[in-house]
Design a protein around this ligand. Structure first.
Ligand SMILES: C[S@@+](CC[C@H](N)C(=O)[O-])C[C@H]1O[C@@H](n2cnc3c(N)ncnc32)[C@H](O)[C@@H]1O
Length: 233
C-alpha cells in the first residue's frame, strides 16, 4: 500500500482508541494468545503490546501504513526486549507469506478495511499451522444512516483540543462510505484540519461463517465481542 490515508489519523489514534475497543481487547485477548503470532493491521502497536505480554513466542506485526507503523516502531523501541522477537512487516494482509506458519493470527479492528475477504481468508489460512487459530473482534451492528457531521470525541492536549468529527455518506449493502474530520483547536480557533473519506465493508455474521467455513475454518467458543476460528488439523 503506497497511499497512507491513515497518516492524518495517527496523532489522534491512541487518544481515541484508548476510549474505544482497546480496553476490552486488553481484558479479553490475553487468555486466547498462545505461541507464535501474526498480527494483521497492528496500527500503532496498542494490541501488539497486549500480545507480547501474553506470549513468549515470536510475533509478526503487519502494518501497511507508514504513519501507524512509525508509532509502532517507537513503541517497540521503548521496550528494547521486544525487538528480539517482534518483526514488523511493512505491507498489507494480502501480501503476507511468512517463512514458517504461526500458531495464531490476531486481527483487531481491521476486518472492515479489507474488501477482498476471499483472498484474505485463503492468505491467512496459508500462514497458520494445522489446528492454528484466527482471532478477530466482531459485533453485528445495524448499518449506520447517512447524516450530519457529528463530534465523535474531543481530547485536551496541553493548550490544544483534538477533535474527531464524522458522518456516514452512503450505505450500499456491505459498503459504507464515511467522512472524518481531524481538527486541532487553540482557544477555540482551528489551527489544523484534515478531512478523510473512507470506505469500509461490513459483512454479517452469517456471511463470515459461510466464508470462513469455505476457507477451512471452524468457529470455536470465544468471549463476547471476539470470534475464534480453528483451522482444520
Ligand atoms: C483501526 S486500525 C487498528 C489498529 C490496531 N489493530 C488496533 O486495534 O489498535 C486499522 C489498521 O488496519 C490497517 N489496515 C488497513 N488495511 C489493511 C490491509 N489491507 N492489511 C493490513 N492492515 C490494514 C490500517 O493501516 C490500520 O493501522
Amino acid at each position: 500500500m503506497t497511499s497512507d490515508q491513515y497518516a492524518v489519523a495517527v496523532p489522534f489514534y491512541d487518544l481515541w482508541h484508548e476510549d474505544g475497543h482497546v480496553p476490552e481487547i486488553r481484558e479479553k485477548l490475553p487468555a486466547l494468545v498462545k505461541g507464535s503470532v501474526l498480527e494483521i493491521g497492528a496500527g500503532t502497536g496498542l494490541i501488539t503490546e497486549v500480545i507480547a505480554d501474553a506470549t513468549d513466542g515470536e510475533i509478526f506485526a503487519l502494518e501497511p501504513s507508514l504513519g501507524m507503523r512509525s508509532v509502532l516502531l517507537s513503541r517497540l523501541a521503548g521496550r528494547r526486549e521486544l525487538l528480539e522477537r517482534v518483526t514488523v512487516l511493512p505491507y498489507g494482509a494480502l501480501d503476507v507469506e511468512l517463512d514458517e506458519p504461526v500458531d495464531m493470527i490476531v486481527m483487531i479492528a481491521v476486518l472492515y478495511s479489507i474488501e477482498d475477504r476471499a483472498s484474505l481468508w485463503a492468505t491467512l489460512a496459508r500462514q497458520l499451522v494445522p489446528g492454528g487459530r484466527l482471532v478477530f473482534n466482531f459485533r453485528e451492528r445495524e448499518a449506520p444512516t447517512p447524516g450530519d457531521d457529528a463530534e465523535m470525541a474531543s481530547y485536551r492536549v496541553g493548550r490544544h483540543t483534538y477533535e474527531l468529527w464524522g458522518r456516514t455518506l452512503e450505505v450500499e449493502g456491505e459498503r459504507i462510505s464515511a467522512r472524518f474530520r481531524y481538527v486541532i483547536r487553540h482557544g477555540g480557533e482551528v489551527i489544523s484540519e484534515d478531512v478523510v473519506d473512507s470506505v469500509t465493508h461490513r459483512p454479517s455474521l452469517a456471511t463470515l461463517v459461510a466464508e470462513l467455513t469455505e476457507a477451512g475454518f471452524t468457529r470455536e467458543d470465544a468471549p463476547e465481542g471476539l470470534l475464534v476460528w480453528g483451522l482444520a488439523k
